[in-house]
Every structure is written in C-alpha cells, then in structure tokens.
Write a protein that binds this ligand. Structure first.
Ligand SMILES: Nc1ncnc2c1ncn2[C@@H]1O[C@H](COP(=O)(O)OP(=O)(O)OP(=O)(O)O)[C@@H](O)[C@H]1O
Ligand SMILES: [Mg+2]
Length: 229
C-alpha cells in the first residue's frame, strides 16, 4: 500500500494521502487530506450532481495515475477477493464509499482509506463506486437523501464523466450483477475468518442489504439498461 501511495505521489496525483513514515511506536503515518469526509446521514453536499460528477472524475484521474504502477510481484493483496475479477488492469481503490472521499467546498478532492486496494479491472472499481454513489441499492437501504433519486440518470452521468464508451456502458449492469454475488461471498468469508469489524458488519445485516440490492437491480434491469444505452 505504501508503494502504491508513493507511486501516486511520484506521478503527481494530488488526491491521496502521502506516506510520511513510521513513528516511534511503530504506527504508520499518512498525511492529512484537508477537507471533510461525509458521515451518515449523508450531508446535502455529498448527494448533489456536482458531487457525483466529482467522484467520477476523481476515480478516472486515479485510474490514469495508477495505471503505470507496477506492484511488487509478492505484494500481499487480499488474494481471496482478487482471484475473482478476471485479468487485472490496475490496482483499484475498491472502496470508494462516501466516507472515503474528502470534499472541499462541495467538490471531491481526495481518496482515503486504501485498505482494500488491489489488482482488479477498471470496470470493477467503477461499478463498486456506483454501488455507493448512484447508489445501486434498495431504496429502503439508501441514505434518506438518496431514497428518491433517479438512479438511471445518476449512472448515466457517472458514465459520461468517467468516460465510458458504448461498449463499457453495456458492461456496467452485468458487472454489477457479478460484483454483488462476489462481495456477498467475500464479506461472508471475511466475517467468518477475519472477524472484528467484518463480523460486526455482517451481523448488522450487510449480507441482507446486498441481497436486497441484487433484487432491486434485477427488478429494474430493463429500465436501467435502456437508459444507460
Ligand atoms: N488522511 C486522511 N485525511 C483526512 N481524513 C482522514 C484521513 N484518514 C482518515 N480520515 C478520516 O477518518 C475516517 C476513517 O478513516 P479511514 O477511512 O481510513 O478508516 P476506516 O478503515 O474506514 O476506519 P473504520 O473502519 O474504523 O471506520 C475517514 O472517513 C475520514 O473522516
Ligand atoms: Mg474508511
């Protein structure tokens, strides 16, 4: 992860913390990304179209910056998860939730929390980000300010700003379908094998939320598909 963050610094990507080293107590120290990361319930500034566009652009810029990073061959990525996405294209952030994006003046300026970064495909990172930001979720599970939003429109806006072509857009929903199934399995395994925060997430209903999101996606597939195209 330090290698990844150092690469981002080297290529001049401003939207990530810098590695400052290790302190006397052996703790890793990263720079503070000035601004604020939205908490829950989401503040108004985090649900605007400007925020959505900003996140899509930030993810695109991150992908451009990280594409030239060559991770050490023995880097200890989460093998369980990486084995599932097909041939890796880059090291994705893989966890672009609202809590992991820093805003300044309503504009997303930084990504934090690279704990889940690993080799994956651009599409996997795009779909994971959309899951949180469109969001691809059952309306009853969304943050209240996102309960009634036009998800198809927000997916389209995200694709436009990120720069997905016609072919890429056609891959979005199938990739989301695969991703849900995989993240259900990955979270279940992490809850079982790692425990801690993962086990708390799982017992707090994370698996059931994924199942409801899958149902919502399947129920709305035709409309989303037509409008994405
Ligand atoms: N480098 C940073 N710059 C600015 N804010 C940060 C930075 N690191 C962490 N934060 C703040 O702390 C919060 C939690 O940090 P982070 O996302 O790295 O941890 P986490 O793994 O999500 O922690 P937890 O699982 O305990 O919630 C962020 O949502 C953000 O508000
Ligand atoms: Mg976080």
């Amino acid at each position: 992860m330090h290698g990844l963050l150092r690469h981002l610094e080297r290529v001049g990507f401003e939207g990530a913390p810098r590695v400052l080293g290790v302190d006397a107590q052996g703790r890793e120290v990263l720079s503070w990304v000035d601004g604020e990361a939205p908490g829950r319930p989401l503040p108004q500034y985090a649900v605007t179209e400007e925020a959505l566009r900003g996140v899509a652009l930030l993810l695109r810029r991150y992908h451009e910056a990280v594409a030239s990073y060559e991770a050490p061959v023995d880097a200890p990525w989460d093998a369980q998860a990486s084995a599932l996405d097909g041939a890796p294209e880059l090291v994705g952030h893989c966890d672009v939730t609202p809590e992991n994006v820093v805003f300044r003046g309503g504009v997303p300026v930084g990504l934090i929390d690279f704990d889940l970064a690993r080799p994956t495909t651009r599409m996997y990172d795009v779909v994971t980000t959309m899951r949180h930001w469109a969001p691809i979720a059952d309306p009853g599970d969304r943050d209240w300010r996102l309960g009634g939003v036009d998800v198809a429109e927000r997916l389209r806006v995200f694709c436009d700003v990120y720069g997905l072509d016609r072919e890429g857009r056609r891959e979005v929903l199938p990739a989301a379908r695969v991703r849900f199934e995989r993240s259900y399995e990955a979270m279940r395994l992490r809850a079982e094998q790692v425990g801690g925060a993962w086990a708390r997430l799982w017992s707090g209903g994370a698996g059931a939320r994924i199942r409801r999101a899958q149902d919502w996606l399947e129920r709305n597939w035709d409309e989303l598909d037509a409008r994405l195209a």
